[in-house]
Ligand binder design. Structure first.
Ligand code: FES
Length: 341
């Protein structure tokens, strides 16, 4: 039996029935972007243009996960042009408190790292396990290509996050690997609205996306919904000022306990606008918010992008039992932040 031909971004490759699309690509010296290889991170999502593959239950519209889907016959797939993951070293430049629970940690790199707004990287503070965080802009709107800025929720028993200011201080060595993720900024569709929804430190990728959309997409209509568990942790007011100054007027801040502030009570998905078919939704944060927004977007047949985040506070053993398989990177111990798994 002759090997089926898989065409990847226009290049034909002789593949083997049953191998994953990533392996088929590697056989033809094509690197399909990937990270976890366990169906968790969505970095490897590709579009099936023609033919058929065994999607292994990962199909969303015309897309499948290339680390799970296998070759079942001739097919043509494409993936989007994204920066190739690479490694960098750096040092902690500054640690700043953004709210009672959330820190801004900036890392000065030896060499800039190319990434798209909304992507994430793996960060290993020397002597600690790696964690995944989304680089973002400073709250002022400034962006320094030689510095990665992260928002990190501080947990008193977090293996990494509890050590900022004590064992992790400015000058601490850092290793970075990435970028990864599928929730990066795409060009607008017709006159569709860009709806950006965050909960907690999910604001980091959403702020990165919002800022870039304002700068790169001109007069695009943007709705921003930012949530926090309480008013004290709605830490993004400077960034929201920047967005208002750049023409974004549809901004809602929500919190579970609004304590008499101007922020509205409830959860971010309570304030989603009516979605139209040309709109695009990005959501980042805890699984409750992400799942609800995703399902409302799916019901409206609207494009929705998110890197799957899970709340920390569980051991890998528990999550492994719950999910069957997980990316261990970032899950080797106690809680730190919401992060893609
Ligand atoms: S590499 Fe396929 S889902 Fe992460």
């Amino acid at each position: 039996m002759t090997n089926p031909v898989i065409t990847i971004n226009g290049k034909p490759i002789a593949a083997r029935i049953g191998e994953t699309l990533i392996d088929a690509g590697l056989g033809g010296r094509i690197l399909i972007p990937h990270d976890c290889c366990s169906g968790q991170c969505s970095t490897c999502r590709v579009t099936l243009v023609d033919g058929a593959v065994d999607d292994q239950g990962t199909a969303e519209g015309k897309t499948v996960l290339a680390c799970q889907a296998t070759v079942s016959g001739p097919a043509s797939i494409t993936f989007e042009d994204v920066p190739v993951p690479s490694r960098r070293t750096g040092i902690v430049k500054e640690i700043k408190e953004l709210s009672p629970d959330i820190l801004e940690v900036s890392v000065a790199l030896g060499r800039p790292l190319d990434y798209l707004p909304g992507q994430y990287v793996s960060v290993r503070f020397s002597g600690f396990p790696a964690r995944d965080y989304s680089p973002t802009a400073y709250m002022s709107g400034d962006l320094d290509p030689g510095v990665l800025v992260f928002h990190i929720r501080r947990y008193s028993d977090g293996v990494v996050s509890s050590r900022f200011g004590s064992r992790i201080r400015p000058g601490h060595k850092v290793r970075i690997r990435g970028p990864f993720g599928n929730a990066f900024l795409r060009p607008p569709q017709e006159n569709g609205i860009l709806v950006l929804v965050s909960a907690g430190t999910g604001w980091a990728p959403i702020w990165s996306l919002a800022r870039a959309a304002c700068i790169d997409h001109g007069k695009r209509d943007i709705v921003v919904i930012a949530g926090a568990r309480d008013g004290a942790n709605l830490y993004m007011s400077n960034a929201l000022h920047w967005l208002r100054d750049h023409g974004v007027s549809d901004i809602i801040t929500t919190c579970g306990q609004n304590q008499g502030s101007d922020d509205v009570n409830g959860r971010p998905f309570h304030y989603l606008p009516t979605l139209g078919i040309h709109d695009t939704v990005y959501v980042a944060g805890g699984p409750g918010v992400v799942t609800e927004v995703e399902s409302r977007a799916r019901a409206a047949n609207v494009r929705c992008y998110t890197d799957p985040f899970l709340p920390s506070g569980e051991t890998p053993g528990l999550f492994a039992r719950l999910s069957g398989n997980i990316r261990l990177n970032g899950w080797t111990s106690a809680p730190d932040s919401y992060k893609p798994v």
